[in-house]
Write a protein that binds this ligand. Structure first.
Ligand code: AMP
Length: 183
């Protein structure tokens, strides 16, 4: 299996590049952000709880997202592999993912990280908020909080994957096609 972690701060272009990678490698796309937004849209109990956290720019509890990923990994084990987009976001999530995959006799092939400066991320997310209707893209304070969460809780995963020699950084500020070629 080819199992990619598409990594990077909010607004780095993970969604856009996931779509291109899926088309190319025919992988199953697992975006915890997308799954959570579906739960919110369907007004499930999980969605109602998650929305409160998401609208503050904070992270949903690890056990919630791990459960969401686990059921979808199990349902798609006969495929070519996965693109994990926006997951893992904490060391605890990465440890669970490694354990989950090793129990299925597979593993993460590599982490591809999109690299974009904070001020460019804020500019992109505010722009996206004008069109996307995503409530967490509307306010600069929430955007800054999401970036701060990334810097404190999520960026330590870079070292986690570097130690396993599975980290590849890609500049995220050239054209969409150029980034895709580099990925
Ligand atoms: P995203 O679409 O990846 O930017 O995620 C939107 C929001 O969903 C985040 O700001 C978090 O509140 C929540 N979220 C998405 N993925 C995760 C995750 N792996 N762990 C915790 N919270 C998450």
């Amino acid at each position: 299996m080819l199992n990619l972690v598409l990594f990077g701060p909010p607004g780095a272009g993970k969604g856009t590049q996931s779509e291109k990678l899926i088309g190319h490698y025919h992988l199953v796309h697992l975006s915890t952000g997308d799954i959570l937004r579906q739960e919110v849209a369907s007004c499930t109990a999980l969605g109602i709880e998650a929305k409160k956290v998401m609208d503050q720019g904070m992270l949903v509890p690890d056990e919630v997202v791990i459960r969401m990923i686990e059921s979808r990994v199990e349902a798609n084990l006969t495929g070519r592999g996965f693109i994990f987009d926006g997951f893992p976001r904490t060391i605890a999530q990465a440890l669970s993912l490694d354990k989950m995959l090793s129990e299925k006799e597979t593993s993460i092939t590599c982490m591809l990280a999109l690299e974009v400066e904070d001020e460019e991320l804020i500019r992109r997310l505010l722009n996206r908020g004008k069109e996307s209707g995503r409530s967490d893209d509307k306010s600069e304070a929430v955007i800054r909080k999401r970036i701060a969460e990334y810097n404190s809780n999520t960026s330590p995963l870079i070292d986690y994957f570097k130690k396993k020699n599975k980290f590849r950084g890609v500049l995220g500020v050239v054209s969409v096609d150029e980034i895709f070629t580099n990925l």
